[in-house]
Ligand binder design. Structure first.
Ligand SMILES: [Mn+2]
Length: 320
């Protein structure tokens, strides 16, 4: 990894006009990691564009330093792109690769679409990969960068709850605090600014919870009608599947959401099931415990549920 870190840093040094890019429908890790590099590159005297194709961006991340600099317009000329937390090229939201590309990620399913691919599936967040990159190259991390990296770490570990959490994660978190991060501030920004529409949506969605496979699988549905009635927006659905997984016997939780282009499935597992296998089967990707896919052109919830039930039965076979 150290060699890749060096190679990437050399490439950055010799580039002048750099685009930082994170995956469409960005989460805390995608935006946090890309924003964390902004102060670093500005200090190096680079021209920097922070690009994300999604509009509007998730409001709950608006406290991240330099959030308002994120744009959905690519500059005319640039000589380097750096992607963050993006498992495949199509999720970058751009048509084609027009410059050298450094790919920072931690998704095991990453397709290595970059010219330099820095993929660490053992990292708890992409921001941890970026942090290791900075450490390895002796790059200073200021308060702004640290706040972005820390937020990415918190959101991708479910506030330090997932199996990815180990001594290295806590060491990084401690270092982030030394760099100026105020943990209580970040937590308040992330978790104490809830939307009423989201709570109203949760109430409706929870009514649809359906258990199967001896209680080891739970489904939850979000329809467009529910979204309209409650005034909820897409990001309001982000954590529903996590709370469904929290039901005592549940190993796999699946949220089915009716989107414009089909049904989006979000999968979570608790102890042993590798749900990324199922997401990949349907053209998506992710991690062992959190993965997702969109079934384009498919709008029949019960059909999708039956399909997934079979997949889950196979996946759970022999496991206990
Ligand atoms: Mn991530």
């Amino acid at each position: 990894m150290d060699n890749l870190f060096k190679e990437a840093f050399e490439k950055i040094k010799e580039s002048n006009n750099i685009v930082l890019i994170s995956h469409i429908n960005p989460d805390g890790d995608a935006l946090g990691s890309s924003l964390s590099m902004y102060p670093v590159l500005k200090r190096m005297g680079k021209k920097v564009t922070i690009f994300n194709a999604t509009k509007p961006l998730p409001e709950y991340l608006d406290f991240l330093p330099n959030f308002n600099k994120v744009t959905d317009k690519l500059p005319k000329n640039f000589d380097l792109m750096i992607s963050f937390d993006c498992g495949s090229f199509d999720r970058l939201g751009i048509e084609k690769k027009t410059a050298f590309l450094i790919n920072f990620d931690h998704h095991i399913s990453n397709t290595e679409y970059g010219d330099i691919n820095i993929i660490d599936p053992n990292a708890a967040s992409t921001s941890q990969v970026v942090y290791n990159f900075c450490k390895s190259n002796g790059i200073d991390i200021d308060k702004e960068s640290a706040t972005c990296m820390y937020t990415a770490l918190i959101t991708d570990t479910g506030s330090f709850q997932y199996e990815s959490v180990n001594d290295k994660v806590f060491e990084m978190a401690a270092d982030m605090v030394r760099c100026g991060v105020e943990p209580a501030y970040v937590s308040k920004m992330l978790f104490q600014r809830d939307r009423l529409s989201r709570l109203r949506l949760l109430a409706k969605a929870y009514e649809t919870i359906e258990m199967c496979c001896d209680g080891r699988v739970a489904f939850v549905e979000v329809t467009r009608e529910m979204m309209e009635i409650t005034g909820a927006i897409k990001e309001d659905t982000d954590t529903i599947v996590n709370s469904v997984r929290a039901i005592a016997p549940v190993e796999i939780a699946a949220m089915l959401r009716e989107d414009e282009d089909g049904i989006k499935i979000s999968l979570r597992s608790k102890n042993y099931a590798d749900v990324s296998k199922i997401a990949v089967k349907y053209g998506g990707g992710g991690h062992i415990r959190a993965a997702g896919a969109t079934l384009k052109g498919e709008f029949d919830f019960s059909k999708v549920k039956e399909m997934l039930k079979k997949d889950f039965q196979n996946l759970l076979k022999g496991d206990k």
